[in-house]
Ligand binder design. Structure first.
Ligand code: MV4
Length: 505
């Protein structure tokens, strides 16, 4: 089980992140790279690096046999898949095992069972994990059966692809008449994307938040949770900003432990080992439902690391080496607040169009409470071959208000020349009243946010934010959200100034 050299079957910031954990643990690392990544940061940080093919993922980072061959040739004894690419391919995890390589991730069987969303739904329901009312999911149902079932569930319903996940192959249906067409198009899309047209139904939960629970499990059956992450700020199923804790849960420790216990139950139901995430939908009455489990390290894992102080990648390695968890549930304490902004090469003023090109300058923010995870430096080229994420800016603050102020400061320091980025989006978002108040759901960015409107209020915001943070700091126990939430319909900044002045007269 033990190993001294790890191959990282990935690229970009996550490959760098994993290499850093390996280096701190004294492990040697092997990078793999495509033609366009020849001079990338992950290649330079690794002990060794091997070329694996042309830029297209299908010809490089997705080539299982090639990667296994490199592992053997280089003497790597373990493979970390990062996220994306091969991370959730059960056949790859199995192939590693067959070849005597340690896969730093969950067992193939857990990946398979959680990968089929219908099967996962059944396993969760049987284990007592709350799922949204709907059809069983594990059995194939004809269109007629589904149309009948929809009437029983009650509209609106959501058609979901069994092979789907992450929103692919989903259709909202608001009446009986729309069912047949929606079923046809959902099946067609799923067949094209996954080679499988099986679908199931769920009642549509509206106005909900997307909150996920981080869990880690060792091979001895110990499972703990590391609290939640709020992931409602997303656009077209791409998360843009994540935070921990969730402003919706915040000081409700009882609810946090309830969600955590359900996360642990879900993990145990599939004999999960390693790090994983249980995605939930939480409605305004704090009813929560299992959506799916991500059987991998996630992009947003750093916010959990910042508030718990636990290095999740090191824990993954420790677990893969067959050792018991380094922590018990009682050791896990959430301290302060962390926010992550995903910095993408895309134009927020033009429908988030991808922007590619040469990075003339990449000057990342530093200073107290700021962490930047990136896979590129000045002189790199942003290509259209991979996802457009340039970096993740993660900040920590004692309170949510301080984390927001720190993120604004960090983003102000950040200089990226050569490509357009979504930093203006984040800046605008961070000065929106609704965001400040923490009262947003998954529809917020797509339906209630505009760059123009947000930028208008930005001019007056910094002073107000500073006042709020000062107030929060003075009172120690106060969270900015509480202050802002005092009068929900009051959107005037000047009233807050007035209140501040009255207090200090
Ligand atoms: C839902 C839902 C509402 N009701 N299921 C989207 C991705 C996939 N993980 C499941 N998703 C949803 N499932 C029911 N029964 C709303 C979503 C959803 C969503 C979930 C998480 C984050 C962002 C989202 C954006 C739109 C819809």
């Amino acid at each position: 089980m033990t190993f001294n050299k790890v191959l990282i079957a990935n690229r970009g910031e996550i490959a760098v992140r994993v290499i850093r954990a390996c280096r701190e643990l004294g492990l040697k690392t092997v990078a793999v790279y495509s033609d366009v990544d020849r001079r990338a940061l992950h290649v330079r940080y690794a002990t060794q690096a091997y070329h694996i093919g042309p830029p297209a993922s299908a010809d490089s980072y997705l080539r299982m046999e090639k990667i296994i061959a490199v592992a053997k040739k280089s003497g790597a004894e373990a493979i970390h898949p990062g996220y994306g690419f091969l991370a959730e391919r059960a056949v790859f995890a199995q192939l590693c095992a067959d070849e005597g390589l340690t896969f730093i991730g969950p067992p193939p069987d857990a990946i398979t069972r959680m990968g089929d969303k219908g099967m996962a739904r059944k396993i969760m329901r049987d284990a007592g994990v709350p799922v949204v009312p709907g059809t069983p999911g594990e059995k194939k149902m004809s269109d007629d059966e589904l149309i009948n079932a929809a009437a029983g569930i009650g509209f609106p319903v959501l058609i979901k692809a069994t092979a789907g996940g992450g929103g692919k192959g989903m259709r909202t249906v608001r009446s009986q008449e729309e069912m047949a067409d929606a079923l046809e198009s959902a099946r067609r899309e799923s067949l094209a994307a996954f080679g499988d047209d099986n679908v199931y139904l769920e009642k549509l939960v509206e106005g909900a938040r997307h909150i996920e629970v981080q869990i880690i499990a060792d091979a001895e059956g110990n499972v703990i949770h590391l609290g939640e992450r709020e992931c409602s700020i997303q656009r077209r199923h791409q998360k843009l900003l994540e935070e921990s804790p969730s402003p919706f849960i915040d000081e409700d420790e009882e609810f946090r432990q309830k969600m955590g216990a359900i996360g642990i139950l879900a993990a145990k139901a599939v004999d999960y080992v390693n790090a994983g995430t249980i995605e939930c939908l939480v409605d305004k009455d704090k009813n929560f439902y299992f959506l799916e489990m991500n059987t991998r390290l996630q992009v947003e894992h750093p916010v959990t690391e910042m508030v718990t102080g636990i290095d999740i990648v090191k824990e993954q390695i420790r677990i893969a080496r067959g050792r018991a968890l380094g922590y018990t549930q009682a050791n896990v304490k959430m301290n302060g607040w962390a926010i992550e902004c995903r910095v993408n090469a895309e134009d927020p003023y033009n429908n988030f169009m991808p922007s590619t090109g040469y990075l003339n300058k990449h000057a990342v923010p530093t200073g107290p409470g700021v962490r930047v995870d990136t896979g590129v430096d000045t002189g790199a080229t942003i290509t259209p071959y991979y996802d457009p994420m340039i970096s993740k800016v993660i900040v920590w603050g004692e309170t949510r208000a301080q984390a927001i102020l720190r993120m604004r400061r960090a983003l102000d320091e950040y200089k990226i020349l050569g490509v357009l980025t979504n930093i203006p989006f984040h800046q605008a978002l961070l000065s929106q009243h609704r965001f400040m108040a923490g009262t947003f759901d998954t529809k917020f960015v797509e339906e209630r946010f505009s760059m123009e409107e947000a930028e208008e209020s930005r001019d007056t915001f910094p002073e107000i934010a500073a006042i709020l943070a000062t107030l929060a700091a003075h009172r120690q126990t106060e969270r900015a959200a509480h202050i802002i939430q005092r009068n929900k319909r009051d959107t005037s900044n000047w009233k807050w100034v007035g209140r501040y002045e009255r207090i200090h007269r």
